[in-house]
Ligand binder design. Structure first.
Ligand code: HEC
Length: 454
């Protein structure tokens, strides 16, 4: 569709004189959840353009997407500041306009690839995108309010409202990170007003850090002299910060907040098990990092024995991703293990085996795809489409009030994990009773048991 047509359709809907952003249409996205909206970019999205088009950009929402009226919207700046502020969008836009390109990646990107598996949205490769963000420096807003000595953290809250009895999504970042000139409050994405599901009218941009810090629909910024201990800081988005035995439970006191991204690269031009003809072919993908930009991308076509440099795309920005390509003529018909590995300017690279953590954050193992060069008829078998099955009444009544079945059916969980998941849902408002709990555990652990991905 022509870009300007798309933009006009998408941007603004005038309803009774109010200005709100309409939801963007999505192109071929992998749906992880319909309510709340969680969609993943398919592999071809990495190759389409340097900036990820908005209709290809992944969406991760803990709560349902709120509709915010921009005219009535205000941003509160409060807490340990000399002069608390209430800013309208127009007032905010009077501050110096700043623009940067940055990758936004969900902390849980790749969770669906972990073994053993864990509960959570089963993202594979595409809960990541690269966009141009325009807005103001968070530091400029904070300086206007005059932060007081002793400030250690800045807490964000948005217009979204929790589903059931799940705690509100509130996240904070250290005060020093908030004052970093690259930390922004953005009102535009790829040159258009922020789309509704990306946080209209204002979201936080924390380049180099995972998406959980990039709060959406921002309405309040609180400068604090103590660490906030709400659910999404104290319990959610934490990891052990060191390798732990796969499948083990980690003492909460040993867990640290998720912050910087991991250096990572993706092969997007080919999928595991594909057959290719024995002529010249181009391997392509993207690579990204944290505060230190990508220095190099290397490809191996022999299972990691020999690594050769890939060509990096000309588009580059400190926090943006690099597209890469590698010309390859397979020397003979065979079954090849093709791998890609990125390194950043700090010397960090990707591991050959994935370290495990309980919530499945920071997946960045060297990706391997097996390619069958002219060995006929031997692609890896694709799992057969599951026959549709009637959802039993107990699941429909107890589980499908807040979200759809897709949030449930993608899980690969043992009986014990299902028991824990159902208890979590009970805490979040599901009407699980001693009478129906057994039936739920029975059904879900048989229907959606742990199974290895391949
Ligand atoms: C009162 C609302 C509510 C009901 C009812 C409910 N859930 Fe949930 N469920 C949630 C919320 C909230 C989330 C997490 C959304 C987020 O943070 O992205 C969630 C997420 C999930 C997920 C995704 C993995 C995860 O933990 O985030 C699974 C699986 C799930 N629910 C299973 C169930 C099952 C099984 C039932 C029925 C026993 C159920 N839910 C009933 C509110 C509910």
């Amino acid at each position: 569709m022509h870009r300007s047509t798309l933009s006009r359709r998408r941007l603004f809907r005038f309803a009774a004189g109010t200005l709100v952003a309409a939801a963007a249409p999505k192109r071929g996205m992998i749906v992880r959840s319909t309510r709340a909206e969680d969609v993943e970019m398919p592999l071809e999205g990495f190759l389409e353009s340097y900036l990820t088009p908005i209709d290809r950009f992944f969406v991760r929402s803990h709560h349902y997407v709120p509709t915010v009226d921009a005219a009535a919207w205000r941003l509160q700046v409060k807490g340990k500041v000399a002069s608390p502020l209430t800013l309208s969008l127009d007032e905010l836009k009077k501050l110096p306009r700043v623009e940067l390109v940055s990758v936004l990646e969900c902390a849980g990107n790749g969770r669906g690839l972990y073994e053993p598996s864990m509960a959570g949205l089963q993202w594979t490769y595409g809960s990541v995108g690269n966009a141009r963000w325009t807005g103001v420096r968070l530091a400029d807003v904070l300086k206007k309010a005059g932060p007081q000595t002793g400030a250690i953290e800045v807490l964000f809250d948005g217009a979204d409202v929790a589903v059931g009895t799940q705690p509100e999504f509130q996240r904070g970042i250290p005060f020093a990170k908030a004052m970093d000139p690259n930390t922004l409050l953005a009102y535009e994405m790829n040159g258009e007003p922020l789309p509704q599901e990306h946080g209209f009218p204002l979201r936080v941009i924390v380049p180099g850090w995972a998406g959980d810090s990039w709060a959406k629909w921002l309405t309040s910024i609180e400068v604090r002299d103590t660490e906030f201990d709400g659910f999404f800081m104290k319990t959610g988005y934490r990891h052990p910060g060191k390798p732990v035995a796969p499948g083990s439970a980690v003492d909460p006191s040993q867990m640290k907040p998720v912050t910087s991204l991991q250096v990572k690269s993706i092969i997007a031009s080919h999928v595991d098990g594909e057959s290719v003809i024995p002529a010249a072919t181009k391997l392509r993908g993207a690579a990204w990092s944290n505060e230190s930009p990508i220095a190099s991308v290397e490809v191996s076509t022999d299972g990691g024995r020999i690594w050769k440099p890939a060509r990096l795309g000309k588009d580059a920005a400190r926090f943006g991703w690099r597209q890469w390509e590698f010309d390859w003529t397979p020397p003979q018909p065979a079954y090849y293990s093709v791998m890609v590995r990125a390194r950043n300017t700090a010397g960090e690279t990707q591991p050959m085996t994935q370290e495990w953590n309980p919530s499945g954050y920071g997946h960045n193992v060297v990706q391997e795809v097996h390619l069958n060069v002219a060995v006929p008829g031997k692609p890896l078998p694709k799992p057969a489409a599951e026959p549709a099955q009637e959802v039993p009444a107990v699941v429909r009544q107890t589980c499908l009030g807040c979200h759809g079945e897709e949030a449930i059916s993608q899980q690969r969980l043992s009986r014990t994990q299902w028991e824990r998941e159902i208890e979590k849902m009970q805490r979040w408002g599901a009407r699980v009773t001693p009478d129906n709990k057994e039936a739920l555990v029975d059904y879900l652990s048989k229907r959606y048991p742990y199974r290895p991905r391949k």
